[in-house]
Write a protein that binds this ligand. Structure first.
Ligand code: GLA
Length: 383
């Protein structure tokens, strides 16, 4: 009897050992994801296009659900999409986008309410084609913001209220909003958004934010809003980067100076182009456009290792910077899921082959993804 009991317990111990060996093997096999490692630090997000929102691009959707916990609409919430004609709103895609975020428990950002670009022509003119009066434009802004923000009240957690109002030298962009209303259009936009959803966070978003002129211009604008008691919760630094611009220490200065205003800092449209720029200082001005030149498309066939090396280092350097300032940064959002989808292939020159994102044209994570993950886990271990 005693022998039998000993045999039985040895058998049980063996089973337990085998079980634990299997589960630790599983742990080793499970590759950590971006959202897993960044939880507790900042949201890690991506922009979604129409095919992803409709669920047609199933491979990309899989990546989104697995890797990211925040989304923003690449195009479907811009004014030309939601209000193509005055008073005729089209929320078909925007509704699906918000539902996608809710179904997958993601932080949903609305992008963007007031922007001089991708805005329908009718917004600024009357039936004769003349500029509308200040009052009419304010009324149109109010109606647009109230309708869009109101529709998603309590569901969209944060809004890019105004996009790109300041130029690189810190002066006001001479957009129609500015020309007709004056700089007050920014304050009004934030106030209308706040009235429509008092709980939503409200952001200002712009590119080339590492540029000292723009940095100072944005700071002055935000300070003025704060003095006027206008709600502003965050500043979005778009983060359309190149291999050698901007200087990372200038980018860091902007993170620090924006955070010093007591607002959240977000990296909202991160990508790194590997392609040459036809002209310096194009920033991310979507209206810039150059004729195709073969020599400006050097990696159409493949990406040389030497360039990929610089690309990886650049991503790692920026993620190290974001981690260093994780207390100040609430979200880092990539501008797209994979290289095939990125606007970088077509801007500012149509038809090029760029490699600016973290997932390749087959939705596979690039080696840099694991390197970023390793960077976060080693930091967490050492802290
Ligand atoms: C700007 C806008 C984005 C997008 C990019 C290019 O950064 O904020 O909505 O249009 O340009 O895709």
């Amino acid at each position: 009897m005693k022998v039998r009991i000993t045999q039985l317990s040895s058998f049980l111990i063996l089973i337990l050992l085998l079980q634990s060996a299997c589960s630790s093997k599983k742990q080793v096999e499970h590759k950590l994801t971006l959202q897993e490692v960044f939880t507790g630090k900042f949201y890690i997000g991506t922009a979604l296009n129409a095919n992803q929102i409709f669920g047609k691009d199933t491979a990309a959707v899989k990546v989104v659900k697995k890797q990211f916990n925040a989304i923003v609409a690449e195009n479907c919430m811009k004014s030309e999409s939601v209000q193509p004609k005055e008073g005729q709103f089209d929320f078909s895609l925007a509704d699906k986008f918000v539902e996608f975020g809710e179904r997958n428990n993601m932080y949903v950002t609305g992008h963007t309410l007031i922007w001089h670009s991708q805005v329908p022509g009718w917004f600024f003119i009357d039936e004769k084609g003349n500029d509308v009066s200040r009052n009419v434009l304010i009324e149109r802004m109010k109606n647009h913001i109230t309708t869009v923000v109101g529709r998603y009240k309590g569901r969209i957690k944060g809004w890019d209220v105004v996009n790109e109002a300041i130029l690189d030298d810190g002066s006001w962009r001479k957009s129609k909003f500015y020309e007709i209303i004056g700089e007050d259009f920014v304050r009004l936009a934030f106030e209308f958004a706040h009235e429509a959803d008092p709980k939503a966070e409200l952001y200002y978003n712009d590119y080339s934010m590492a540029n000292s002129g723009k940095r100072e211009g944005v700071i002055a604008m935000v300070k003025k809003l704060q003095e006027q008691d206008v709600r502003i919760d965050g500043i979005g630094m778009q983060g359309h980067l190149g291999l050698n611009y901007p200087e990372i220490n200038e980018f860091e200065k902007s993170i620090e100076s924006f955070a010093a205003l007591d607002v959240k800092v977000m990296i909202t449209e991160l990508d790194i182009t590997l392609l040459p720029m036809p002209r310096q200082n194009v920033g991310a001005d979507v209206s810039a456009s150059f004729e195709y030149q073969q020599e400006m498309n050097p990696y159409a066939e493949e990406l040389p290792d030497s360039v990929n090396y610089v690309f990886e280092k650049r991503y790692l350097d920026f993620f190290k910077l974001f981690l260093k300032h994780q207390e100040k940064i609430s979200r880092v959002t990539l501008w797209g899921v994979n290289d095939a989808q990125s606007w970088r292939n077509d801007w500012p020159m149509y038809g090029r082959t760029d490699y600016s994102l973290l997932f390749d044209r087959n939705n596979q994570p690039k080696p840099v993804v694991q390197k970023i993950i390793k960077e976060v886990t080693s930091l967490t271990k050492n802290s």
